[in-house]
Design a protein around this ligand. Structure first.
Ligand SMILES: [Zn+2]
Length: 160
């Protein structure tokens, strides 16, 4: 993971903070082309829509399927504040997107939720590579852990 990766991950954290400010779960993701251009970005919309499949990584997969050739998808990188859930990992694998870089791992997120006394989510938080064996995945980014953790605590009404 290099400075460019961290810059895109910081943008994901900003998008996660925006989701939180809109009352939604703090997750944000960015799709970046091979030339470094940001192609698409989104944050979580599960509270706003009442649809718990509205994760930004899933929106990225759908956007990529609609707008990019298979070759372009394979060359694109998905940056995200939290490691893909199994649903989003599967969507990523099905549309043939490239590298994934995440700030916080599913394991970290699980630990943070457990610290907050929250139970298991309805979908098991498996690592991306358990869902997409060929995926190229980098993360977590220790530089962003405290910030991401604080966002998740604030979403649940706790201080950072
Ligand atoms: Zn997801």
């Amino acid at each position: 993971m290099n400075e460019t990766d961290l810059r895109h991950l910081r943008r994901c954290a900003e998008l996660a903070a925006r989701a939180l400010s809109e009352g939604d779960e703090p997750f944000g993701s960015v799709l970046v082309g091979p030339d470094g251009a940001v192609l698409f970005e989104d944050h979580n919309h599960v509270v706003a829509t009442g649809d718990h499949t509205r994760h930004p990584e899933f929106e990225i997969a759908r956007w990529a399927a609609a707008h990019l050739t298979p070759r372009e998808r394979a060359a694109a990188t998905v940056y995200t504040s939290g490691e893909h859930c199994p649903m989003c990992a599967a969507a990523h694998g099905w549309v043939g997107l490239g590298r994934i870089v995440y700030a916080a791992s599913s394991e970290q997120l699980g630990q943070w939720l457990a610290e907050m006394g929250l139970g298991e989510p309805p979908v098991r938080p498996l690592p991306v590579r358990d869902i997409v064996p060929g995926a190229v995945v980098d993360g977590p980014a220790p530089e962003l852990a405290a910030e991401i953790r604080a966002l998740h605590r604030r979403f649940r009404g706790l201080s950072g």
